[in-house]
Write a protein that binds this ligand. Sequence first.
Ligand SMILES: Cc1cc2nc3c(=O)[nH]c(=O)nc-3n(C[C@H](O)[C@H](O)[C@H](O)COP(=O)(O)OP(=O)(O)OC[C@H]3O[C@@H](n4cnc5c(N)ncnc54)[C@H](O)[C@@H]3O)c2cc1C
Length: 304
Amino acid sequence: MYDVVIVGGGPAGFTAAIYTARAKLKTLIIERAYFGGQMAITDQMENYPGFEAVSGMELANKMYGQATKFGAEVEMAEVVELDLYGDIKKVITREKTYEAKSVILAMGASPRKLGLPNEEKLVGAGISYCATCDGAFFRDKDVAVVGGGDTAAEDALYLARFCRKVYLIHRRDEMRATKILADLVVNTPKITPLWNSEVEEIIGENSLEAVKVRNNKTNEISKLDISGLFIAIGYIPNNELVKGKIDLNEWGYIKTDENMRTNIPGVFAAGDVREKTLRQVVTAASDGAIAAHSAEQYLTGREL
Ligand SMILES: Cc1cc2nc3c(=O)[nH]c(=O)nc-3n(C[C@H](O)[C@H](O)[C@H](O)COP(=O)(O)OP(=O)(O)OC[C@H]3O[C@@H](n4cnc5c(N)ncnc54)[C@H](O)[C@@H]3O)c2cc1C
Protein backbone atom coordinates (compact mmCIF):
# COMPACT_ATOMS: atom_id res chain seq x y z
CA MET A 1 0.00 0.00 0.00
CA TYR A 2 1.38 3.38 -1.01
CA ASP A 3 0.62 6.66 0.71
CA VAL A 4 0.73 8.43 -2.65
CA VAL A 5 0.67 7.12 -6.21
CA ILE A 6 1.48 9.73 -8.85
CA VAL A 7 0.26 9.13 -12.40
CA GLY A 8 2.68 10.78 -14.83
CA GLY A 9 6.40 11.40 -14.61
CA GLY A 10 6.67 14.94 -15.96
CA PRO A 11 7.84 17.93 -13.89
CA ALA A 12 4.53 18.06 -11.99
CA GLY A 13 4.75 14.38 -11.03
CA PHE A 14 8.44 14.47 -10.12
CA THR A 15 8.13 17.62 -8.04
CA ALA A 16 5.19 16.10 -6.17
CA ALA A 17 7.32 12.98 -5.56
CA ILE A 18 10.27 15.03 -4.27
CA TYR A 19 7.98 16.62 -1.69
CA THR A 20 6.03 13.50 -0.64
CA ALA A 21 9.08 11.22 -0.49
CA ARG A 22 11.02 13.84 1.47
CA ALA A 23 8.06 13.97 3.90
CA LYS A 24 8.57 10.19 4.34
CA LEU A 25 5.38 9.24 2.54
CA LYS A 26 5.62 5.97 0.63
CA THR A 27 5.53 7.24 -2.94
CA LEU A 28 5.28 5.66 -6.38
CA ILE A 29 5.41 7.45 -9.75
CA ILE A 30 4.07 5.59 -12.78
CA GLU A 31 5.15 6.86 -16.21
CA ARG A 32 4.11 5.33 -19.54
CA ALA A 33 6.52 6.88 -22.02
CA TYR A 34 9.66 8.62 -20.81
CA PHE A 35 10.58 10.30 -17.56
CA GLY A 36 10.39 14.08 -17.79
CA GLY A 37 7.25 14.22 -19.95
CA GLN A 38 7.10 17.09 -22.44
CA MET A 39 10.09 18.63 -20.69
CA ALA A 40 12.28 15.74 -21.83
CA ILE A 41 11.64 16.59 -25.49
CA THR A 42 12.56 20.24 -25.00
CA ASP A 43 15.97 20.90 -26.42
CA GLN A 44 16.85 24.09 -24.53
CA MET A 45 14.93 25.81 -21.76
CA GLU A 46 15.84 29.38 -20.90
CA ASN A 47 13.05 30.17 -18.48
CA TYR A 48 13.45 27.76 -15.58
CA PRO A 49 14.74 29.76 -12.63
CA GLY A 50 18.32 29.06 -11.68
CA PHE A 51 19.35 27.86 -15.14
CA GLU A 52 20.24 30.35 -17.86
CA ALA A 53 19.91 27.50 -20.32
CA VAL A 54 19.29 23.84 -19.63
CA SER A 55 18.20 20.91 -21.77
CA GLY A 56 14.86 19.44 -20.76
CA MET A 57 16.48 16.01 -20.54
CA GLU A 58 19.13 17.27 -18.11
CA LEU A 59 16.49 18.83 -15.86
CA ALA A 60 14.40 15.64 -16.08
CA ASN A 61 17.40 13.55 -14.99
CA LYS A 62 18.03 15.88 -12.06
CA MET A 63 14.39 15.68 -10.93
CA TYR A 64 14.45 11.88 -11.28
CA GLY A 65 17.64 11.65 -9.21
CA GLN A 66 16.29 13.97 -6.54
CA ALA A 67 12.96 12.13 -6.17
CA THR A 68 14.54 8.67 -6.04
CA LYS A 69 17.23 9.86 -3.61
CA PHE A 70 14.45 10.74 -1.17
CA GLY A 71 12.98 7.25 -1.64
CA ALA A 72 10.33 7.65 -4.33
CA GLU A 73 9.81 4.48 -6.38
CA VAL A 74 9.35 4.71 -10.12
CA GLU A 75 7.62 2.30 -12.46
CA MET A 76 7.55 2.36 -16.25
CA ALA A 77 4.01 1.33 -17.18
CA GLU A 78 0.81 2.76 -18.56
CA VAL A 79 -1.99 3.32 -16.10
CA VAL A 80 -5.06 1.95 -17.84
CA GLU A 81 -7.69 2.36 -15.16
CA LEU A 82 -8.31 4.18 -11.93
CA ASP A 83 -10.69 3.44 -9.08
CA LEU A 84 -10.62 6.68 -7.15
CA TYR A 85 -13.62 6.46 -4.87
CA GLY A 86 -13.28 5.15 -1.34
CA ASP A 87 -10.44 5.50 1.14
CA ILE A 88 -8.24 3.00 -0.72
CA LYS A 89 -7.70 4.02 -4.35
CA LYS A 90 -6.69 1.54 -7.06
CA VAL A 91 -4.24 2.47 -9.80
CA ILE A 92 -4.24 -0.22 -12.46
CA THR A 93 -1.60 -0.92 -15.12
CA ARG A 94 -1.68 -3.82 -17.58
CA GLU A 95 0.55 -5.85 -15.27
CA LYS A 96 -0.42 -4.85 -11.76
CA THR A 97 -2.88 -3.11 -9.46
CA TYR A 98 -1.42 -0.63 -6.97
CA GLU A 99 -3.29 0.47 -3.87
CA ALA A 100 -2.88 3.98 -2.52
CA LYS A 101 -4.30 6.17 0.18
CA SER A 102 -4.07 9.19 -2.14
CA VAL A 103 -3.48 9.81 -5.83
CA ILE A 104 -1.92 12.74 -7.67
CA LEU A 105 -2.96 13.01 -11.31
CA ALA A 106 -0.14 14.53 -13.36
CA MET A 107 -0.76 13.16 -16.86
CA GLY A 108 0.01 16.40 -18.68
CA ALA A 109 -1.30 17.52 -22.03
CA SER A 110 -0.29 17.19 -25.66
CA PRO A 111 -0.20 20.01 -28.21
CA ARG A 112 -2.69 19.63 -31.05
CA LYS A 113 -0.81 18.91 -34.28
CA LEU A 114 -1.44 20.01 -37.86
CA GLY A 115 -0.87 16.41 -38.91
CA LEU A 116 1.32 17.29 -41.91
CA PRO A 117 4.36 15.40 -43.23
CA ASN A 118 7.63 16.82 -41.82
CA GLU A 119 5.86 18.28 -38.78
CA GLU A 120 7.10 15.71 -36.29
CA LYS A 121 10.59 15.58 -37.83
CA LEU A 122 11.15 19.35 -37.52
CA VAL A 123 9.93 19.83 -33.94
CA GLY A 124 12.82 21.62 -32.22
CA ALA A 125 14.28 22.48 -35.64
CA GLY A 126 11.91 25.31 -36.53
CA ILE A 127 8.57 23.88 -35.48
CA SER A 128 7.31 24.68 -32.02
CA TYR A 129 4.09 24.42 -30.07
CA CYS A 130 5.15 26.96 -27.46
CA ALA A 131 6.17 30.53 -28.33
CA THR A 132 6.89 31.40 -24.69
CA CYS A 133 9.33 28.48 -24.61
CA ASP A 134 11.08 28.73 -27.97
CA GLY A 135 10.38 32.21 -29.32
CA ALA A 136 13.66 33.70 -28.10
CA PHE A 137 15.60 31.37 -30.41
CA PHE A 138 14.12 33.23 -33.41
CA ARG A 139 15.31 36.76 -32.68
CA ASP A 140 15.46 38.87 -35.92
CA LYS A 141 14.06 35.97 -37.95
CA ASP A 142 10.85 35.66 -39.98
CA VAL A 143 8.32 33.34 -38.35
CA ALA A 144 4.66 32.36 -38.59
CA VAL A 145 1.99 31.50 -36.06
CA VAL A 146 -0.89 29.17 -36.93
CA GLY A 147 -4.20 29.69 -35.15
CA GLY A 148 -6.82 32.29 -34.40
CA GLY A 149 -7.55 32.06 -30.69
CA ASP A 150 -6.13 33.88 -27.68
CA THR A 151 -2.98 31.76 -27.58
CA ALA A 152 -2.21 32.41 -31.25
CA ALA A 153 -2.79 36.15 -30.75
CA GLU A 154 -0.61 36.25 -27.65
CA ASP A 155 2.09 34.23 -29.40
CA ALA A 156 2.09 36.56 -32.43
CA LEU A 157 2.32 39.65 -30.19
CA TYR A 158 5.09 38.10 -28.11
CA LEU A 159 7.11 37.10 -31.19
CA ALA A 160 6.61 40.53 -32.79
CA ARG A 161 8.67 42.01 -29.95
CA PHE A 162 11.89 40.48 -31.27
CA CYS A 163 11.27 38.64 -34.54
CA ARG A 164 11.72 40.51 -37.85
CA LYS A 165 8.36 39.56 -39.28
CA VAL A 166 5.45 37.49 -37.98
CA TYR A 167 2.81 35.97 -40.26
CA LEU A 168 -0.41 34.93 -38.60
CA ILE A 169 -2.01 32.09 -40.56
CA HIS A 170 -5.67 31.61 -39.74
CA ARG A 171 -8.26 29.55 -41.57
CA ARG A 172 -11.08 32.01 -40.97
CA ASP A 173 -11.48 35.66 -42.03
CA GLU A 174 -11.19 37.02 -38.49
CA MET A 175 -9.70 35.93 -35.19
CA ARG A 176 -11.58 34.04 -32.49
CA ALA A 177 -9.38 35.75 -29.90
CA THR A 178 -10.83 38.32 -27.52
CA LYS A 179 -11.38 41.64 -29.28
CA ILE A 180 -8.64 43.50 -27.44
CA LEU A 181 -6.03 40.91 -28.50
CA ALA A 182 -7.39 40.63 -32.05
CA ASP A 183 -7.25 44.43 -32.44
CA LEU A 184 -3.69 44.51 -31.12
CA VAL A 185 -2.67 41.85 -33.65
CA VAL A 186 -4.06 43.68 -36.67
CA ASN A 187 -2.59 46.98 -35.48
CA THR A 188 0.92 45.65 -34.93
CA PRO A 189 2.95 46.57 -38.04
CA LYS A 190 5.33 43.59 -37.74
CA ILE A 191 2.39 41.12 -37.88
CA THR A 192 0.92 40.20 -41.27
CA PRO A 193 -2.34 38.26 -40.89
CA LEU A 194 -3.09 35.77 -43.66
CA TRP A 195 -6.85 35.20 -43.45
CA ASN A 196 -8.69 32.17 -44.89
CA SER A 197 -5.34 30.45 -44.99
CA GLU A 198 -4.13 26.97 -44.09
CA VAL A 199 -0.66 25.45 -43.99
CA GLU A 200 -0.54 22.96 -46.84
CA GLU A 201 3.09 21.84 -46.76
CA ILE A 202 6.07 22.09 -44.41
CA ILE A 203 9.38 22.37 -46.25
CA GLY A 204 12.81 21.62 -44.80
CA GLU A 205 15.31 18.80 -44.56
CA ASN A 206 17.23 19.35 -41.28
CA SER A 207 15.47 22.56 -40.26
CA LEU A 208 12.40 24.48 -41.33
CA GLU A 209 12.93 26.48 -44.52
CA ALA A 210 9.44 27.44 -45.69
CA VAL A 211 5.76 26.60 -45.63
CA LYS A 212 3.21 26.51 -48.43
CA VAL A 213 -0.03 28.19 -47.51
CA ARG A 214 -3.34 27.71 -49.34
CA ASN A 215 -6.05 30.33 -49.39
CA ASN A 216 -9.19 28.27 -48.74
CA LYS A 217 -11.40 30.76 -50.63
CA THR A 218 -9.33 31.14 -53.81
CA ASN A 219 -7.19 27.97 -53.58
CA GLU A 220 -4.19 30.17 -54.34
CA ILE A 221 -0.91 28.78 -52.95
CA SER A 222 1.84 31.01 -51.59
CA LYS A 223 5.25 30.12 -50.17
CA LEU A 224 6.56 31.78 -47.01
CA ASP A 225 10.28 31.55 -46.29
CA ILE A 226 10.37 31.31 -42.50
CA SER A 227 12.67 29.93 -39.84
CA GLY A 228 10.01 29.29 -37.22
CA LEU A 229 6.46 27.94 -37.31
CA PHE A 230 4.54 28.24 -34.05
CA ILE A 231 1.49 26.00 -34.01
CA ALA A 232 -1.07 27.40 -31.58
CA ILE A 233 -4.21 25.44 -32.33
CA GLY A 234 -4.76 24.19 -28.82
CA TYR A 235 -3.73 21.47 -26.41
CA ILE A 236 -5.38 18.16 -25.64
CA PRO A 237 -5.35 17.20 -21.94
CA ASN A 238 -4.38 13.58 -21.28
CA ASN A 239 -7.66 12.94 -19.48
CA GLU A 240 -8.69 9.55 -20.89
CA LEU A 241 -8.31 7.93 -17.48
CA VAL A 242 -10.62 10.29 -15.64
CA LYS A 243 -13.27 11.25 -18.21
CA GLY A 244 -16.67 10.77 -16.61
CA LYS A 245 -15.06 10.10 -13.21
CA ILE A 246 -13.93 13.50 -12.08
CA ASP A 247 -14.99 17.12 -12.66
CA LEU A 248 -13.48 18.48 -15.88
CA ASN A 249 -13.93 21.91 -17.43
CA GLU A 250 -15.47 22.35 -20.89
CA TRP A 251 -12.08 21.78 -22.56
CA GLY A 252 -11.44 18.56 -20.66
CA TYR A 253 -8.95 19.89 -18.08
CA ILE A 254 -9.30 18.65 -14.49
CA LYS A 255 -10.87 21.21 -12.20
CA THR A 256 -9.03 21.84 -8.93
CA ASP A 257 -9.09 24.40 -6.18
CA GLU A 258 -5.95 26.39 -5.38
CA ASN A 259 -4.71 23.50 -3.21
CA MET A 260 -4.86 21.16 -6.25
CA ARG A 261 -7.77 19.24 -4.75
CA THR A 262 -10.21 17.68 -7.22
CA ASN A 263 -13.83 16.97 -6.36
CA ILE A 264 -12.82 13.50 -5.06
CA PRO A 265 -11.34 13.35 -1.53
CA GLY A 266 -7.73 12.16 -1.59
CA VAL A 267 -7.34 12.82 -5.33
CA PHE A 268 -5.24 15.78 -6.46
CA ALA A 269 -4.22 17.07 -9.89
CA ALA A 270 -1.11 18.98 -10.92
CA GLY A 271 0.48 20.41 -14.05
CA ASP A 272 -0.77 20.72 -17.60
CA VAL A 273 -3.66 18.30 -17.09
CA ARG A 274 -5.47 20.72 -14.81
CA GLU A 275 -7.38 23.90 -15.52
CA LYS A 276 -4.92 26.84 -15.47
CA THR A 277 -3.67 29.69 -17.62
CA LEU A 278 0.09 29.14 -17.99
CA ARG A 279 1.38 25.68 -18.89
CA GLN A 280 5.11 25.69 -18.21
CA VAL A 281 7.67 23.60 -16.31
CA VAL A 282 7.85 26.12 -13.49
CA THR A 283 4.06 26.15 -13.01
CA ALA A 284 3.89 22.33 -13.27
CA ALA A 285 6.56 22.10 -10.55
CA SER A 286 4.66 24.58 -8.42
CA ASP A 287 1.42 22.60 -8.80
CA GLY A 288 3.28 19.40 -7.92
CA ALA A 289 4.61 20.90 -4.68
CA ILE A 290 1.16 22.14 -3.68
CA ALA A 291 -0.52 18.82 -4.55
CA ALA A 292 2.06 16.97 -2.45
CA HIS A 293 1.48 19.29 0.48
CA SER A 294 -2.28 18.83 0.19
CA ALA A 295 -1.88 15.04 -0.02
CA GLU A 296 0.21 15.11 3.15
CA GLN A 297 -2.43 17.21 4.91
CA TYR A 298 -5.14 14.80 3.73
CA LEU A 299 -3.20 11.74 4.92
CA THR A 300 -2.57 13.18 8.34
CA GLY A 301 -6.16 14.35 8.77
CA ARG A 302 -5.09 17.97 8.79
CA GLU A 303 -6.76 18.94 5.55
CA LEU A 304 -7.18 22.67 5.01
C1 LIG B 1 8.21 21.28 -27.51
C2 LIG B 1 7.92 21.86 -26.16
C3 LIG B 1 8.77 22.82 -25.64
C4 LIG B 1 8.54 23.34 -24.37
N1 LIG B 1 9.41 24.26 -23.85
C5 LIG B 1 9.23 24.73 -22.60
C6 LIG B 1 10.15 25.68 -22.04
O1 LIG B 1 11.13 26.09 -22.68
N2 LIG B 1 9.91 26.11 -20.78
C7 LIG B 1 8.83 25.69 -20.06
O2 LIG B 1 8.72 26.10 -18.90
N3 LIG B 1 7.93 24.83 -20.57
C8 LIG B 1 8.10 24.35 -21.82
N4 LIG B 1 7.18 23.49 -22.36
C9 LIG B 1 5.98 23.16 -21.59
C10 LIG B 1 6.32 22.16 -20.48
O3 LIG B 1 7.13 21.11 -21.01
C11 LIG B 1 5.05 21.61 -19.87
O4 LIG B 1 4.26 22.67 -19.40
C12 LIG B 1 5.37 20.67 -18.70
O5 LIG B 1 6.19 19.60 -19.11
C13 LIG B 1 4.10 20.11 -18.08
O6 LIG B 1 4.46 19.22 -17.09
P1 LIG B 1 3.45 18.08 -16.57
O7 LIG B 1 4.23 17.27 -15.60
O8 LIG B 1 2.19 18.70 -16.13
O9 LIG B 1 3.07 17.23 -17.85
P2 LIG B 1 3.96 16.46 -18.92
O10 LIG B 1 5.30 17.04 -19.06
O11 LIG B 1 3.07 16.39 -20.13
O12 LIG B 1 4.13 15.01 -18.29
C14 LIG B 1 3.02 14.17 -18.13
C15 LIG B 1 3.51 12.73 -18.16
O13 LIG B 1 2.42 11.86 -17.84
C16 LIG B 1 2.55 10.68 -18.59
N5 LIG B 1 1.26 10.00 -18.69
C17 LIG B 1 0.12 10.44 -19.27
N6 LIG B 1 -0.85 9.51 -19.17
C18 LIG B 1 -0.31 8.46 -18.50
C19 LIG B 1 -0.80 7.18 -18.11
N7 LIG B 1 -2.05 6.80 -18.41
N8 LIG B 1 0.02 6.34 -17.45
C20 LIG B 1 1.29 6.70 -17.15
N9 LIG B 1 1.82 7.90 -17.51
C21 LIG B 1 1.03 8.77 -18.18
C22 LIG B 1 3.04 11.18 -19.95
O14 LIG B 1 3.70 10.15 -20.69
C23 LIG B 1 4.00 12.29 -19.54
O15 LIG B 1 5.34 11.84 -19.44
C24 LIG B 1 7.39 22.92 -23.62
C25 LIG B 1 6.52 21.96 -24.16
C26 LIG B 1 6.79 21.43 -25.42
C27 LIG B 1 5.85 20.38 -25.98
